[in-house]
Design a protein around this ligand. Structure first.
Ligand code: ZN
Ligand code: FE
Length: 279
């Protein structure tokens, strides 16, 4: 961890999610990022016996973790239909003992339980609310933990990345702006569990957009140290993202100026996304 007192790193050790206070300590779910492919993470939540995974693009890392930790697979959450998020489903079904939840408005490999905006699901005693977050894909959903005393979890797929956002493959800038606004309004101590390790390259772009943003520079040093130690930069924290992520800062005068004074947050986001695509 950085020793700079004002550096914008998360205030808490990253890998112990919040839990309802009535849950016995032995059942505190543990959160693990399983690296997959070149830069994906498959998030795994477990209570020592059961596990859930999010966006298993590859079954291999999940099966290995289940075996290493002697866990049964109790359920799967899917955020959107891209192969690097659903590619492991068929190979996991033989060991799966519970549901596959996924976005109602996308076609992901059947069978799955389709979820719509506002529905709440139970994951080992934790409650997650489904949020529609179109933009990267047209039916993309996110899972936001409800009722946690602190540090609620957010599984946001490829909508929000640390210091960045997903490419607009199917949605419009207006949709992505609304989706990011929804996520930005979650509690500041929300643990942001993104699906890709893009943080350092996103921070390079963030520094180009806002060269005077010292939070970006400090956080870059922090993340460089993590990556040099072979550690993930995730989960991030929402309050930190509000300070470093240009796509959440489309109303900041410095960001507006950087894209040539486009008018309105949607136009600024569209210009930022175009710039990032070429960056
Ligand atoms: Zn994707
Ligand atoms: Fe992806």
């Amino acid at each position: 961890m950085s020793l700079m007192p004002d550096s914008p790193q998360p205030q808490h050790p990253p890998h112990t999610p919040a839990r309802p206070s009535d849950l016995p300590p032995a059942l505190q779910p543990t959160l693990l990022p399983l690296p997959a492919f070149a830069d994906n993470y498959i998030w795994l939540l477990h209570n020592g016996r059961q596990a859930w995974v999010v966006d298993p693009g590859d079954a291999g890392p999940v099966l290995k973790a289940l075996d290493d930790l002697q866990l049964s697979l109790a359920g799967i959450l899917v955020t959107h239909h891209h192969p690097d998020h659903v590619g492991g489903l068929s190979a996991l079904r033989p060991v799966l003992q519970g549901p596959v939840y996924g976005p109602a408005r996308e076609s992901i490999p059947q069978p799955f339980t389709p979820l719509r905006d506002g529905e709440v699901i139970d994951v080992m005693g934790l409650q997650f609310r489904v949020l529609d977050v179109p933009g990267h894909t047209s039916g993309h959903i996110a899972y936001a933990q409800q009722g946690a005393a602190e540090r609620p979890l957010l599984f946001c797929g490829d909508t929000l990345f640390s210091a960045g956002c997903g490419r607009l493959f199917e949605g419009t800038p207006a949709q992505m702006a609304a989706s990011l606004a929804l996520l930005a309004a979650l509690p500041g101590d929300t643990q942001v569990c993104c699906t890709h390790e893009y943080t350092l390259s996103n921070l390079k772009f963030a520094a180009a957009v806002e060269p005077g943003n010292t939070d970006v520079l400090n956080y870059t040093r922090h993340c460089q140290a993590l990556r040099e130690a072979g550690l993930p930069t995730l989960p991030s924290e929402m309050a930190l993202e509000l300070r470093i992520n240009p796509f959440l800062r489309c109303s900041e005068p410095a960001v507006v100026a950087a894209v040539g004074n486009e008018e309105g947050a949607v136009a600024v986001l569209a210009a930022l996304r175009e710039w990032k695509n070429r960056f």
